[in-house]
Design a protein around this ligand. Sequence first.
Ligand code: PMP
Length: 398
Amino acid sequence: ASTWANVPQGPPDAILGITEAFKKDSHPKKINLGVGAYRDDAGKPYVLPSVRTAEQKVVDARLDKEYAGITGVPSFVSSAIKLAYADSLDPSRVSATQSISGTGALRIGGAFLQRFYPGVKTVYIPNPSWANHTAVFSDSGLKVEKYRYYNKETIGLDFEGMVEDIKNMPKGSIVLLHACAHNPTGVDPTQEQWRAISDAVKEGGHFPFFDMAYQGFASGDTDRDAFALRHFIKEGHNPCLAQSFAKNMGLYGERVGAFSIVTASPEEAARVASQVKILVRPLYSNPPVHGARVASAILGDAQLNAQWLAEVKAMADRIIDMRKLLKLNLERLGSRRDWSHITSQIGMFAYTGLGPEQMELLAKEHSVYATKDGRISVAGITTGNVQRLAEAIHAVTG
Ligand code: PMP
């Protein structure tokens, strides 16, 4: 028999399956709301003009292609840290490394915690969470459990359930928090609620792990979107953080990210950094340089940085506008449902509250494709397709 005769067929990736079905559909006005990538109002992928300019600068500099160090492009890493933490702490107590986008940052974090975390090696993720969290952390050797997050009845945050679950975790557990623009629900705690969450994490002696994949992309303001992280630091937590520049710089395929751990002192940061290097070296030796150079050129130049911030805000604003327009169209069609969650949610995704059968109908009868959990990518909505989308949603919910 062949060496691999006993390898079982694995299930297809849920999102890829949607893309396949979408491609096969011949409807001229089919809509794909499955993918988690920004689209402009013409439904096209968008390269930020600030990224184009920065990329040209990088090319013009005719840099060599030597390896970066294990922790990547130093100017990128320090700029990324500044963007996330601003002046909430002294950066000398942050141990940081470039990573293969947000996923790689989470994976380095998982590996570090698995090896060195002295508390309970169980990471609690929200229910629901980004589908890859479970796989990343369990492949890192951590146990994965869930805390209550989403309330089906209100299509909003189950705040009481969340705080109660955090308080009831074994003392010293790891708590994964979406810093902003929770994926898949688009439901974020308010600042007041974040304060209570910080208290609960502190009360439990837990370790906060922030996943910040959408800084700036949620509200359009990179400082506002970093509120939770910075508040936790102000409150004395020493969290770790996974950052991604996939969404806020549109650098998806360039795989630009950073992983950082806030420590108690520069001396501790150095020890932690030495171990992060030992972890990264056998994984991929050192990260790719091009995307990090581009991000660094933006973050390190006042004018380009200002331009980038305006472009991030424009992306966030378009998404916010599409939420309003979708809700308005549903109301105009006479939908008796309350659609206020569409505009109260934030970020790339809206959790519509539609069930799997309704999502199936959307695809089969209206050529509107999205995941079965009722999540739609608002980035895929345009002024040109929003009315048809509203009609389709109204037809399956009416
Ligand atoms: N965390 C969350 C919550 C995400 O939504 C994503 C992107 N879908 C990521 C992490 C990581 O994405 P990437 O590896 O492309 O940066």
